[in-house]
Design a protein around this ligand. Sequence first.
Ligand code: PSV
Ligand code: MN
Ligand code: MN
Length: 429
Amino acid sequence: MTDHIIDPSVVEAENAKLSTDLRNDYDSLGERLDRRGISIDAIKNKVAAFNIAVPSWGVGTGGTRFARFPGKGEPRDIFDKIEDCAVISQLTQATNTVSLHIPWDRADPNRLKQAASRFGLGFDAINSNTFADEKGKLQSYKYGSLSAADAATRQQAIEHNLECIDIGKTIGSKALTVWIGDGSNFPGQVNFARQFEHYLDSMKTVYSALPDDWRIFTEHKMYEPAFYSTVVQDWGTNYLIAKELGDKAYCLVDLGHHAPNVNIEMIVSRLAQFGKLGGFHFNDSKYGDDDLDAGSIDPFRLFLVFNELVDVESRDADFRPAHMLDQSHNVTDPIESLMLSASDVQRSYAQALLVNRNELSAAQDANDVLTAAQHLRVAYRTDVEPILAMSRFEKGGAIDLLATYRASAYRAQVAQIRPEVAVGSSGIV
Ligand code: PSV
Ligand code: MN
Ligand code: MN
């Protein structure tokens, strides 16, 4: 039996207000799609099977290096975070896994597993953190971790990743995600080749400890926290890493980790074509690694990413990239943002499923440029909300995510038992 945090009667009452309209909207969209030769139920079933992981760190209020403005009822620890994730999962019916970050979420792994399974949640990839120092550890990552010049520091970073694998084994994760902040701030500070060599050597040791059915994901990022050079700075380096490490190594694409205007969907296609696309950290950005809500700035780009994914999926039934949200909520209730983002990611998937791939391919082969472009536009402009809402409704989720969450008064309730965090304190809970 799965425990529900939000009383199901609240969800039912909110859904009752909207279910007749939803049925009408769904049927009318179904008719229109039918004319395009598309079965709405087939799309809905695919959407219903879609899952996106929620990062444990996403449910705490974020901050910038200037300030943090804590919200009420913020999670105090990983167990509160799991409860917040359970709310997101209950209402969206699209996020039944949580991604942990160690050491932020360090706790008895068996308790973690129990706490999650109570709400029907599992654990996605486990994330190591060697971009910040940990209390009690002898070496500092100030000058790098897995790529550091100092052997003892590299060893400590390796051991941290091995510990993450061990924790992951107990809680049921099947992948380790490694993102490092290593790089340099001054020309001449490091020898690029030597630093990368150190990184590869360290990663080979981590890789050799992976269980057979695990994958390792490396995440590239153009800059920050290092501002002159970064060790894993782009998808090319990331691809090299995955190739060097072996079959269990894949590249992760975080949408915010590229220069503005980079054609991310093409990177997605390249990595997938050569069997090295592991998955995503979804978020949106205007300038850099802004970590804004997925779909909030450039929903067309998100659609184009999914257009590539569906293209691969249509040729390879075993293609299963790992989807996760990775965003920072500075001015919104994180639960609200994460619910809407999960739904926006699903929306892009549903829209991409509407593309007539045979006709698109024919137009491409005939160099009929505008017909090809039009296929994408028609799909993107289709309002698929009734499909998303119907999928949620049928699975026991909320037709209107925001209204239902607000009607539940969850945040006000947890604010009674979770003490207010001091203004200006660290964004990391
Ligand atoms: C780095 O910017 C990143 O995207 C990595 O995924 C980290 O693990 C995550 O943010 C949390 O800091
Ligand atoms: Mn990320
Ligand atoms: Mn990031």
